[in-house]
Write a protein that binds this ligand. Structure first.
Ligand SMILES: Cc1ncc(COP(=O)(O)O)c(C=O)c1O
Length: 326
């Protein structure tokens, strides 16, 4: 289920950064990235026709993962501009049919960090309706301006009903190395282990050794990381200001959702294609993070790039200013 040393390092990380006490022997599964962690977790706990609540905008995998497991996705929109959880709407969709709620905290693509209020609301409903939470926290260390990330599993009553997912991809810049993990109470983790064993057997041993090394980095590494990404975020926001975009300032992660209204395009795909072909900048169309065509007024920029690359993108994007209607 992972090398002993890596499981111990993960348990320490959970304690230091997520406020959760994890038994490294019984409550950790090392996976091939958080992608496998999410798939294994959903397959482990979701049965045919179980409902799974997914907040929009969502990281693309959650919807197909749920469908592959035979579950029924139930989408709830985090409304722009605050991306706050809508209490009434969440209460309206909750029922005994809900097996799990997927949260992505901090969120890709919005950069939202779930507030204590959001988390408590989700916790109370999960307790009332006996539902689980699968929490994808791959951006837990990329937080700006003093925003605070709280793992839902650290809230009273939630450890027993949460699977918390993370990986080395984002915090340690090793997306291609495919090492991630799931932690949770032993009953849930036993179920995840059964799926994981048949899906991938295990993450490559040499890369688990590398992950051990990554997790032993000192605090100064994390401080450096946040200051570097804050710098890139500020450069990105300035570029978007200069190109005339309205956008949602991210509190975390390395994406910015920008509004394309006013540039004269019918939808986000046409706008994105124009950007690639005529401007030389790639973005992701906003509707790919929503169900049923919502989000077509948005595109997602990504700023995990060298500063020179961002500045060059900025120069190219000035072309857009002439398209912008007031
Ligand atoms: C929210 C979120 N979860 C999971 C992943 C996948 O990460 P991994 O490389 O750990 O599989 C990504 C990658 O973009 C992501 O943004």
């Amino acid at each position: 289920w992972g090398t002993r040393e890596l499981c111990e390092a993960i348990a320490k990380r959970c304690k230091d950064f997520n406020g959760i006490e994890v038994d490294p022997e019984k409550e950790v599964v090392v996976t091939c990235g958080s992608t496998e962690a999410m798939m294994s977790s959903i397959l482990a706990v979701v049965d045919k026709d179980d409902e799974v609540i997914i907040f929009e905008p969502f990281y693309e995998n959650y919807w197909p993962d749920t469908v592959i497991a035979g579950g029924k996705p139930v989408f709830i929109e985090l409304k722009q501009p605050t991306f706050k959880v809508d209490e009434e709407e969440l209460k309206r969709v909750f029922s005994r049919k809900v097996k799990a709620v997927i949260i992505n905290n901090p969120n890709n693509p919005s950069g939202k960090v779930f507030s204590q209020q959001d988390l408590k609301l989700i916790r109370d409903l999960c307790l009332d309706y006996d539902a689980l939470v699968i929490s994808d926290e791959v951006y837990d260390n990329l937080i700006y301006d003093g925003a605070k990330h709280v793992s839902i599993a650290s809230l009273p009553g939630m450890y027993e009903r949460s699977l918390t997912i993370n990986s080395i991809s984002k915090t340690y810049n090793a997306t291609g190395w495919r090492v991630g993990w799931v932690v949770g109470c032993s009953e849930l983790i036993d179920a995840v282990k059964k799926v994981h064993d048949f899906l991938t057997v295990g993450a490559a041993h040499p890369l688990q050794k590398a992950a051990e090394k990554a997790l032993s980095l000192p605090r100064s590494y994390y401080n450096w990381l946040v200051s570097e990404y804050s710098r890139r975020r500020d450069i990105m926001l300035k570029i978007l200001d200069e190109a005339g975009f309205r956008y949602y300032k991210p509190d975390a992660a390395y994406y910015v959702l920008a509004d394309i209204t006013g540039y004269g395009f019918d939808d986000d795909f046409k706008f994105s294609e124009y950007l690639v072909r005529e401007v030389g900048v790639a973005v992701v169309p906003g509707s790919s993070f929503y169900y049923g065509g919502k989000g077509s007024n948005l595109v997602r920029f990504q700023f995990a790039r060298h500063v020179d690359t961002l500045l060059e993108a900025g120069r190219r994007l000035t072309k857009l200013r002439k398209l912008r209607q007031p």
